[in-house]
Design a protein around this ligand. Structure first.
Ligand code: HEM
Ligand SMILES: N[C@@H](CC(=O)c1ccccc1NC=O)C(=O)O
Length: 289
């Protein structure tokens, strides 16, 4: 038995006898998590190395890890809706919402990078840009912001291009939800069910009666009503991430053009006009009328 009183007295925690210390040939924390690979993937390019480039790299890498999980969960959610298991899909979406909050909150870490610090290593980044993040684009596609023109950026990355091509051709989460609603007996127009899923869904007024029915009779349509509100949360969270990105960019590079070749802040601002689920926002105007 460990003498617990001793801990406070010595301000040192005794290791318990059962603790495994001989881990040769065994799976360990580091081997399980692939830490050798993960922690050797931070390679600053500035010369001499700029202290703050480590922050810049790790901020992006942690975001990419979260994006990997978001994609994993969204794919599962889509498949679950396609198999009529809405409740299980909502569980995945709930997780995505928490990840989004973390991703959005994380901007405050990068905001500690001042414009002058960033300017000291920005040239080293050449034409690399977040615009070239295939996982970010994959999440946009999965949620329905399809744009085939984005694929050209990935001509030199066959794996990324193939993943995006596949997602481009698959129904988005919203497409799957609308098909589900049709299977549940809601009057989803055939034109919506048979639409070309390789392009972005656009506002379809003929869909509004479906959502008015759901929102005006929420008690009778509780499951789909809840699902609608979860989708609204997803879009809201996505926009908040875009907005924090925009504001961080603005405070860091002002109105400079982007390393990726876009106008910068103006280009990013236009993304705030995009919507994944237009009818779920339009229905709000109609409620209770
Ligand atoms: C000081 C930090 C940052 C600056 C100054 C910055 C700047 C920019 C600019 C100017 C663009 C437009 C494309 C271009 O011309 O380059 C862009 C796009 C983008 N950035 Fe950043 N960025 C920063 C941090 C980040 C971080 C941490 C991420 C996280 C992965 C990120 C992800 C993206 C994505 C996904 C796009 C494409 C957005 C879209 O298509 O709407 N950026 N960024
Ligand atoms: N586009 C940024 C550069 C940048 O932020 C960046 C560069 C390399 C990898 C990811 C980046 N993040 C977001 O665009 C700029 O124009 O300064």
């Amino acid at each position: 038995m460990v003498d617990n009183d001793k801990t406070a007295e010595t301000n040192t925690r005794e290791l318990e006898e059962g603790i495994v210390t001989d881990l040769r040939e065994k799976m360990t924390y580091g081997s399980y998590l692939g830490l050798d690979t993960l922690l050797s993937a931070q390679s600053p390019v500035s010369q001499p190395e700029h202290h703050d480039e480590m922050l810049f790299i790790i901020q992006h890498q942690t975001t990419e890890l979260w994006l990997k999980l978001v994609l994993h969960e969204l794919k599962a959610a889509s498949a679950l809706i396609a198999s009529d298991d809405l409740a299980a899909a909502l569980k995945k979406i709930a997780r995505v919402k928490h990840i989004q909050k973390t991703m959005t909150e994380q901007w405050s870490v990068l905001a500690t990078l001042t414009p002058s610090e960033y300017a000291q290593f920005r040239d080293s980044l050449a034409n690399s840009s977040g615009f070239q993040s295939f996982q970010y684009r994959a999440v946009e596609f999965a949620l329905g912001n399809k744009n085939a023109k984005m694929l050209a950026v990935f001509d030199g990355e066959p794996g990324a291009r193939a993943l995006l091509q596949e997602l481009l051709e698959q129904p988005s989460l919203y497409d799957e939800f609308l098909r589900y609603l049709a299977r549940q007996g809601f009057a989803v127009p055939v034109s919506v069910l048979e639409r070309d899923v390789t392009v972005a869904h656009t506002m379809t007024p003929e869909l509004l009666p479906v959502f008015i029915q759901i929102y005006d009779n929420s008690a009778e349509n509780w499951a789909v009503y809840e699902a609608c509100e979860e989708l609204v949360d997803l879009e809201e969270n996505f926009q908040l991430w875009r907005f924090r990105h925009l504001r961080t960019v603005q405070r860091t590079i002002g109105m400079k053009v982007g390393t990726g070749g876009s106008s910068g802040v103006d280009f990013l601002r236009r993304a705030l006009d995009l919507t994944f689920f237009p009818e779920l926002f339009a229905v709000r105007t109609e409620i209770g009328r």
